[in-house]
Ligand binder design. Structure first.
Ligand code: ADP
Ligand code: ZN
Length: 606
């Protein structure tokens, strides 16, 4: 493995392998097939990039997304690795040129779109040259059940049939068992070694708070925890995306929008801005994000409830790929539960799909309502064994444990109010009855004559909303798909009404973070000199990025700049020790860095 380690240090500028990288690289470099399941930001790319440099011939990397390929190749060029892309973004002439260079052995890595790879022409081409390996990135795209399904991916089994001696590596950040099985089956990877990493993302802080006024809550979150940071805000509908982006802009923040209803051109413009500019907020539907490998996204905020833990994990996983502190923040309320339940009810899907969707939603809801560590919940959902003693200390539940109270009587009041009013009203009206509000509607229906009228006066409306949200989440009430938001009793509510079951609920969590800890990107730079250097380095990086036409992180990651500002290296040898500075970058940028860092005094411990 020593030559792999040399490449890691010399070319990539990293001091040590992470997690299972060394094992995967060893296995693949010696000709074995493998399936690698690693969370986003785990460092999957190195698993095939280093073997590509160790083995003879070119490595063929299949990737579903053009933007992703191009950024990877730009980053490889920055460190002096011979790589290219072959996809529909090239002109015929450019494509012919790439093919020619491939034939004459000028590439170590070639990134190819699946539809291009599968053409008879391309398969013939690569049968004439030595191939180092095949890497199948985003391998979960073979899964017909997943939302990233790509029909061409299924045909990738042809690689094994045509090139049985070339080792293959399939990679994905999708964690569930079914997808794993499907990848193995469809790509013919029965003999492959499987490397499963923990799906924990320890640098991400999970927070799920009660929705009261989502815009105001979002603004507080952005201002107190992420001022000036880059992040993503997810909304369910296109309309809400546009309104939220406009609103954030009016509040003086730099926000742009992305959803499938925008023109191709607008979308790619905004995506490009997000990748290149610093401190920008992307407000988007879930149409945005796949293949965005921007490492310095500091937060992902959800204004609406995701459909499943898979979705939540995937979306929040776009934060903090660089391993630095990041936030996954969400507001959630009764309306979300009702909306998601209705969407399932009203969908045209077959019963089987509806059942699966309902189960996934249940799991998501129980993550929202949990009174124990959110991270452990997520990891258990993905089949990892953990015990309660391992509570993370970096989620809202751990940082600010919610109180649990016996709400049996209150829940009985709510359920009986649903029953007495005929199971045809939504939560708003039911709360009016419980609180004894003489509204027009209450009078019209003579609901002030019900025995449940006013029996919940002692609790404020917000508490009642929290109670209704939780009892819907617990399945004690269901939402009528016919009439707007009407709540019905369920089989499960009977035991509670009869007093055969007690109900424990969470007490409201307060508006944003009790922890109050700053976790913005430059937090670790407390001292003034460091902060000054960091700013200098950032300005310089922005200039370089512009000159080279690449995103800033392709020049250097934040983590590298921070280390530079902290340690203030003065010589080439000292620079070489910094994470993220390999031979090529030292060559290209060393002098600039030494110039910037020249005047700072030496630090202790360096
Ligand atoms: P993934 O594809 O698994 O989401 P990437 O391959 O993009 O992750 O890696 C995430 C980040 O971690 C990248 O910026 C990469 O340069 C960095 N990285 C990967 N391996 C190491 C390592 N051994 N040491 C330091 N940084 C690493
Ligand atoms: Zn926790």
């Amino acid at each position: 493995m020593s030559s792999a380690l040399n490449i890691l240090k010399e070319v990539f500028g990293y001091p040590a392998f992470r997690g299972q990288q060394a094992e995967v690289i060893g296995h693949l470099a010696s000709g074995g097939d493998c399936l690698v399941l690693m969370p986003t930001g785990g460092g999957k790319s190195l698993c095939y990039q280093i073997p590509a440099l160790l083995r003879d011939g070119a490595a063929i990397v299949v990737s579903p997304l053009i933007a992703l390929m191009q950024n990877q190749v730009a980053a490889l060029h920055e460190i002096g690795v011979r790589a290219a892309v072959l996809n529909s973004s090239l002109s015929l002439q450019q494509a012919a040129e790439v093919e020619q260079k491939l034939l004459t052995g000028e590439y170590d890595l070639l990134y190819v779109a699946p539809e291009r790879l599968l053409t008879a022409r391309f398969l013939n081409l690569i049968s004439r040259i030595p191939i180092a390996l095949f890497a199948i990135d985003e391998a979960h795209c073979v899964s017909q059940w997943g939302h990233d399904f790509r029909p061409e991916y299924i045909q990738l089994s042809v690689l094994h049939e045509r090139f049985p001696l070339v080792p293959r590596i399939a990679l994905t950040a999708t964690a569930d068992m079914d997808t794993r099985k499907e990848i193995i089956e469809r790509l013919g990877l029965d003999e492959a070694r499987i490397f499963v990493s923990s799906f924990d993302r320890p640098n991400i802080r999970y927070q799920i708070i009660d929705k009261t006024n989502s815009r105001a809550q979002l603004l507080t979150f952005l201002r107190t925890e992420h001022l000036g940071d880059t992040g993503i805000v997810y909304c369910l509908s296109r309309k809400k995306v546009e309104e939220t982006a406009a609103w954030l802009t009016a509040q003086g923040l730099r926000a742009i929008a992305y959803h499938a209803g925008m023109s191709m051109q607008e979308r790619s413009l905004n995506q490009e801005r997000f990748l290149r500019e610093e401190g920008i907020i992307m407000v988007a539907t879930i149409a945005f994000g796949m293949g965005i490998d921007k490492p310095d996204v500091r937060f992902v905020a959800h204004l609406d409830l995701p459909r499943s833990i898979e979705g939540y994990y995937q979306e929040t996983g776009r934060a903090g790929r660089d391993g630095q502190a990041a936030s996954a923040w969400m507001v959630y309320g009764l309306g979300d539960v009702i909306q998601q339940r209705r969407m399932i009810e009203e969908s045209e899907a077959q019963l089987k799909f509806k059942q699966v969707a309902a189960r996934k939603l249940e799991a998501m809801l129980s993550l929202c309502e949990t009174t124990t560590c959110r991270r452990l919940r997520i990891l258990r959902y993905f089949g990892e064994t953990t015990n309660d003693a391992e509570a993370c200390g970096n989620c809202d539940v751990c940082l600010n444990p919610p109180q649990v109270w016996d709400a049996t009587v209150e829940v009985q009041k709510a359920l009986s109010c649903v029953y007495r009013s005929g199971q045809t009203f939504g939560a708003g009206h039911l709360i009016d009855i419980l609180r004894g509000n003489q509204t027009e509607r209450v009078k019209e229906w003579h609901h002030d004559r019900l025995s449940t009228f006013g029996i919940g006066k002692e609790l404020p409306e917000s508490t009642w909303r929290g109670i209704f949200r939780q009892i819907v989440a617990l399945g004690l009430l269901t939402v009528d798909s016919e009439s707007h938001g009407a709540l019905h009793l369920t089989e499960a509510s009977r035991a509670v009404l009869k007093g055969q079951q007690t109900i424990q609920l969470r007490r409201q969590t307060k508006q944003t973070q009790a922890s109050g800890k700053q976790i913005s990107a430059d937090v670790a730079l407390l001292d003034e000199t460091e902060r000054y250097l960091w700013e200098q380095l950032r300005n310089w990086r922005a200039k370089m990025a512009k000159e080279h036409g690449v995103p800033a992180y392709v020049i250097f990651h934040d983590a590298t700049l921070r280390e530079l500002a902290r340690q203030c290296p003065k010589t080439e040898d000292e620079l070489r020790q910094v994470t993220g500075i390999g031979a090529r970058k030292l060559d290209k940028y060393g002098d600039y860095l030494i110039e910037i860092l020249r005047n700072c005094e030496s630090r202790a411990g360096w």
